[in-house]
Design a protein around this ligand. Sequence first.
Ligand code: PMP
Ligand code: GLN
Length: 390
Amino acid sequence: MPDLKSANPVFQRMGTTIFETMSQLAGQTGAINLGQGFPEGLEPTALLERLAHTAKSGTHQYPSMMGTSGLRQAVARHERRFWGLDLDCQQSVMVTSGGTEALAASLLALIEPGDEVIVLEPCYDSYIPIIQAAHGIVRSVRLSPPHWDLPRDALEAAFTAKTKLIVLNSPANPIGKVFLPDELEFLADLICRHDCYAVCDEVYEHLVFDGLTHRPLMTLPGMFDRTVKIGSAGKIFSLTGWKVGWVTAAPAVLSVIAKAHQFLTFTTPPELQDAVAWGLDEYLPGYMELSGILAKRRDKLAQGLAQAGFTVLPTQGSYFLTSQYGRFTDTMDDDAFCRSLIAEAGVAAIPLSAFYQDGAPTGCIRFCFAKTDPVLDEAVCRIVEWSNSL
Ligand code: PMP
Ligand code: GLN
């Protein structure tokens, strides 16, 4: 192998994502995979049938880079129906290949070299590398367990004249926090005062539990023109492998994000867009039921983990719950603990350190509860047995 010049340092020095790593390990060892966040047993048959129909009858060529008109209209109706947002589907809606691509296109389009970008840690693992690849400077503000309240003083101090944007994820992965109305108002006030943008990752917008409600930051006074709102059909329909997402934003903001998108993926398979468009209107009762189903599964897993000796932290939304494992060890870091849980208990989880820029161990791990009842029962059984054997 010749001694080649080094690649972009952001990617050269980076490992493989923790989700891939833990899923591979679970696959190799036969562990139950409560690591990577994908649902099981919840895929709606009606959407699969619609996809099969379109696969036979539809077109299989490039759709418009902005998305099919059917899906753009359906997204605009969805945003109006649930959040009261009045969007022009031609100017304010763009289809992407999943929320991940929507995030990348938005961050690459908005960040100029040297811009400061605020993230709330722990945060989803794609944010920081993309900010860095765009030569943005990450300013992280940490939330603390168990309630993960917004640290208002630290947040206020993080805003400077160089702040370009903040990334907000509500409901949040990995902590399951749903930001409260007064926290959103506080954020909106800071963003407007500092003349910044907000990139709002709302892929879990319908997965909110316990009677709480999600409120998009974009709906707050003064926020429409400076907010990018990101959605994902993968999460709405429990079909994460479809990778269909969207960005909604004011026309001036969306037009620049579209310039980045055109050279990332350009477009998304048309038959998938058709099935998602159909589902947003026609499968509405189905996806409205999902949060009730998932809340019961959260409770089942939380109860089992508590029985085994974990300290389970409250979670109000998303697919995830986090747990502290201090009762089992005070020396093992969270990555090592997850690896030993796979090897010894046969259950995979994700170390929370993967959601921090410095990767420091947290004493906390994340479990995905969007699985079938038998899978959760078996996982709990394995963990309780393992805990009793210590
Ligand atoms: N944002 C968050 C917070 C996520 O958890 C995920 C992953 N599921 C995504 C974005 C990416 O969504 P998609 O699978 O639609 O790319
Ligand atoms: N969002 C998923 C999670 O948090 C993972 C998606 C991925 O593997 N890229 O588990």
